[in-house]
Write a protein that binds this ligand. Structure first.
Ligand code: PMP
Length: 432
């Protein structure tokens, strides 16, 4: 199997560094082996990079591209809206239709508001929870990511040495320059431990609990049986708002997100990524009596680009496609085939590994074999060997995230999965 060259990407990134800090516009795109890529185009499950390599893509824009790159219905809808104008600071029919579709598909969604990024709608959710309860404290969980702002960028990926005892985790800052006071009203707990939540909420001073309902930023971890139900009950009992951050799981684990899949309805939920197949759209959805506080109590929520008409047209097309078609049964079949195939190859080459999660987003970890059930179970993962693996993969034509997550789209058909598994086997041989 011949291997790809990335010289053109390398050269262009180093030239761009004269103008663009680090040659990238997000820190998540820095330091990738063998180089951050320069992409020419995308189509279906494939990307073409600046060197002309055709790569089977499992980044999928970090999750959004559930219909694959360039789905015709979404492109056509966005183009048609673009011909009618760009931005109006007024309402549009496509915005109303997008809101109606979210409310139809998502169990907790009685009302919705749109924004442009997951990070910002999460801020709106926290503000609404504080306004509604008159309480200040927010509870979040180790390893869960809720955007890059100061007040939530705590204990997202702390080291074993820094994270403190499991029954009283330390709050570990996420970046230099972060306001230390931004954690004053934040408590961090370990996830998937019901009694930890019950004990904390019993004090009666928590405005909201925010979590990824399946933990997809570190590994891909389902909630333990009864955990979400238990947290739901503890929140209801103590008047605490339950927020599911469904920026990854929304419209990916099912058309109704993790809340539909697991049958537990939060008070508020945040969405992004797959909601518009790559257009910058996010949504806050939830119970009418909470969401109406944006109106009745004038809880502030703004944004020049909120419900941008072109993005709303893309949202409507994406959600119609997700509601009408067999996207999820396709992803279920092909995702399982890939998870099982990758696991089988790693076993055959005697590489200790754990493949777990969901067909639409799963996680491959090297160096551990036991089920990963919470953030602290990830400390044993051999990350440097995994980077050797993803480097060997991309050299042979498969692009998978260095942190171990694999995203699937409708466009990853049987042929693509079979080709992926051939490349996985070659890459595993290379690191065995
Ligand atoms: N929440 C979760 C669970 C996420 O995975 C992300 C992004 N990866 C965000 C929030 C932030 O979303 P955005 O990057 O659109 O601001």
């Amino acid at each position: 199997m011949s291997t790809n060259s990335f010289e053109s990407s390398k050269r262009k990134i180093s030239q761009a560094c004269q103008y663009l800090a680090g040659g990238v516009s997000s820190n998540f795109r820095l330091g990738i082996s063998p180089t951050p890529l320069v992409i020419h185009s995308g189509s279906g499950p494939y990307l073409i990079d600046a060197d002309g390599n055709r790569l089977i893509d499992y980044y999928l824009g970090m999750g959004p591209m559930i219909l694959g790159h360039n789905p015709q219905r979404v492109i056509d809808a966005a183009k048609a809206q673009l011909d009618r104008g760009i931005l109006f600071a007024g309402q549009t029919e496509v915005e109303f239709e997008a809101a109606r579709l979210v409310c139809e598909l998502v169990p907790c969604a009685e009302r919705v508001r749109f924004g442009s990024s997951g990070t910002e709608v999460i801020q709106a959710a926290l503000r609404l929870a504080r306004a509604a309860t008159g309480r200040q404290t927010i509870v979040k969980f180790e390893g869960h990511y809720h955007g890059w702002l100061d007040n939530v960028l705590w204990s997202v990926s702390p080291t074993a040495e820094m994270c403190g005892p499991a029954d009283n985790p330390a709050k570990v800052r996420g970046t230099p320059g972060q306001d230390p006071g931004s954690a004053d009203h934040l408590d961090v707990l370990v996830w998937n431990d019901l009694s930890a939540v019950e004990q904390r909420l019993a004090r009666g001073d928590v405005a909201a609990v925010i979590m990824e309902p399946a933990m997809c930023n570190t590994s891909a971890i389902p909630p333990r049986a009864g955990y979400l139900e238990g947290v739901r009950a503890a929140c209801s009992k103590t008047g605490t708002i339950l927020i599911f951050d469904e920026v990854i799981t929304g419209f990916r684990l099912s058309a109704g997100g993790a809340q539909k899949l697991f049958g537990v309805t939060p008070d508020l939920a945040t969405f992004g990524k797959a909601i518009a197949n790559g257009f910058p759209v996010a949504a806050l959805a939830g119970r009418a009596n909470l969401m109406e506080q944006f109106v009745s109590a004038r809880v502030m929520h703004g944004g020049t680009y909120n419900a941008h008409p072109v993005n709303m047209a893309a949202t409507v097309a994406t959600l119609q496609e997700l509601a009408d078609s067999d996207v999820y049964s396709h992803i279920e079949r092909r995702g399982r085939q890939l998870m099982e195939g990758v696991g089988e190859i790693l076993r055959r080459y005697s590489i200790p590994a754990r493949v777990q999660g969901f067909p639409g987003i799963f996680h491959v970890a090297l160096g551990v074999t036991k089920p990963i059930e919470s953030f602290r179970d990830t400390f044993g993962i051999d990350r440097s060997r995994y980077v050797r693996f993803t480097t060997a993969l991309i050299e042979r034509g498969v692009r998978a995230l260095e942190r171990g997550a694999w995203f699937l789209s409708r466009e990853h058909d049987e042929t693509v999965i079979e080709r992926t598994l051939e490349i996985v086997e070659a890459a595993v041989k290379a690191i065995a």
